[in-house]
Ligand binder design. Structure first.
Ligand SMILES: Nc1nc2c(ncn2[C@@H]2O[C@H](COP(=O)(O)OP(=O)(O)OP(=O)(O)O)[C@@H](O)[C@H]2O)c(=O)[nH]1
Ligand SMILES: [Mg+2]
Length: 267
């Protein structure tokens, strides 16, 4: 029996319910990152011809999930990744992360979801992991106006560590199951207005019922994938990119940022 283990054979196949063949639609047209109803043509062609360069088996996009304490960041990730919901609150201490593997237009694509702490005393540990994010998800509770009010601060903190032009932003209202339609409509207006101002795509979800959770993460994976492939095509220009395999530089420094940076806010 062969003992040789290649990177390919270590990876299990992508789950059938993580296969994305069509562009998932936005939640609200007024606050969408784009409103096209299909993937970019150049992206589709590149995928068909297997010219996606580093976007493929080895490409990992970093996603950070930030927002006030107890708004439901951990529950949102657990509903999607584990199809589980815990009604008891257990504060995230520092950070946790989950890997999710997708197949988009036939190409493997992974998201690394970083679940960060909202509690003030753990925030500085968490913020050392913000660097290198391609997607920032800012979460608020649709039943808590103050948590929506703090979104700009979370955005500022996240962008301090990242190139603002290279980040895709999502604004997610959670706990929709707890709000009455009238209350919800009121806060949605404010949330959409804010999303437009900060150029974020707006979603409302419930991790308890699962409403819109899968749709939301599929949209995140698809838009991140599309942006990555377009960037890859642009970078390559006329150069042949089909044979290049390299680990994304962002993912290289994921584990080293905390060592390099000495936070001085947690004493
Ligand atoms: N009804 C309802 N409760 C929710 C929902 N999402 C989260 N909760 C509850 O809200 C509380 C906080 O959820 P968490 O996901 O732990 O919050 P968090 O944002 O991760 O909090 P920190 O880790 O401290 O930043 C828990 O008691 C959850 O059960 C939801 O969609 N509906
Ligand atoms: Mg948490």
């Amino acid at each position: 029996m062969s003992t040789r283990v290649s990177a390919m054979s270590v990876l299990p196949p992508v789950r059938r319910d993580r296969v994305i063949a069509q562009l998932p639609q936005y939640f609200r047209k007024e606050a969408a990152l784009h409103t096209k109803d299909d993937f970019n043509n150049k992206v589709k062609t590149a995928c068909q011809e297997q010219r996606t360069g580093t976007v493929g088996r080895f490409k990992i996009s970093k996603v950070i999930v930030v927002g006030d304490l107890a708004v439901g960041k951990t529950c949102l990730i657990n509903r999607f990744c584990k199809d589980a919901f815990d009604k008891n609150y257990k504060a995230t201490i520092g950070v946790d992360f989950e890997m999710e593997r997708f197949e988009v237009l036939g190409v493997p694509f992974s998201l690394q979801l970083w679940d960060t702490a909202g509690q003030e005393r753990f925030k500085c540990i968490a913020s050392t992991y913000y660097r290198g994010a391609q997607v920032v998800i800012i979460v608020f509770d649709v039943n808590d106006v103050a948590s929506l009010g703090h979104v700009r601060q979370w955005l500022e903190d996240a962008l301090k560590e990242n190139d603002p032009t290279g980040v895709q932003l999502f604004l997610v209202g959670t706990k929709k199951d707890l709000s009455s339609p009238a209350q919800y409509t009121q806060i949605e207006q404010d949330a959409i207005k804010l999303a437009q101002e900060i150029t974020a795509e707006y979603w409302a979800v419930s991790s308890l019922t699962g409403e819109n959770v899968k749709e939301f993460f599929f949209r995140v994976a698809s838009l991140a994938f599309e942006t990555n492939v377009l960037a890859e095509l642009e970078k390559s220009g006329s150069r042949q990119i089909g044979n290049v395999i390299k680990i994304n530089s962002n993912s290289n420094n994921l584990y080293t940022t905390s060592k390099k940076k000495q936070p001085n806010c947690c004493q």
